[in-house]
Design a protein around this ligand. Structure first.
Ligand code: 5GP
Length: 130
């Protein structure tokens, strides 16, 4: 079920449980700004989720409420992970779903990092340019 990406943070969401170590994950990297782990249902040869340590519901919430240090530290970590996974030369894609139309399912801000092969069109819908 898609979530709104707005409103109060739910401490029982699945990524909050992963952050607290209550649910296991295949960890890629952890630092003071972020935890990165493999998506449980990968949509590309490499599909890593990067989440901030703080309690942010979505990109909208993170960009409005996080400190500049948290924002810079988080996005530098996303880039560091891509480098560490040797994705810079072949290329990669980052994506963040925000709210109902995007299909966001987990109400803890996260960036998807895709790579490991040609990724196809940016958006899969049949939406025609107007
Ligand atoms: P969203 O649709 O919110 O942008 O993406 C949520 C992502 O979280 C999905 O790609 C989904 O496969 C992944 N996911 C959901 N539950 C789990 C889980 O328990 N562990 C891991 N590693 N990924 C999960």
């Amino acid at each position: 079920m898609p979530v709104a990406g707005l409103g109060p943070y739910d401490d029982q969401n699945i990524f909050a449980k992963i952050l607290r170590g209550e649910i296991p994950c295949r960890r890629v990297l952890e630092n003071e700004y972020a935890l990165a782990f493999h998506d449980i249902a990968p949509r590309a040869p490499v599909h890593v989720l990067v989440i901030p340590k703080g309690r942010y519901v979505s990109f909208a919430d993170f960009s409005a409420a996080a400190s500049e240090t948290e924002i810079a530290g988080f996005f530098r970590t996303v880039a560091e992970i891509a480098r560490t996974l040797s994705l810079e030369t072949p290329g990669y894609r980052i994506l963040s779903n925000m709210g109902a139309d995007s299909g966001q399912e987990v109400p803890h801000f996260h960036v998807h990092l895709f790579g490991g092969g040609p990724l196809g069109p940016m958006i899969m819908s049949g939406h025609a340019p107007g």
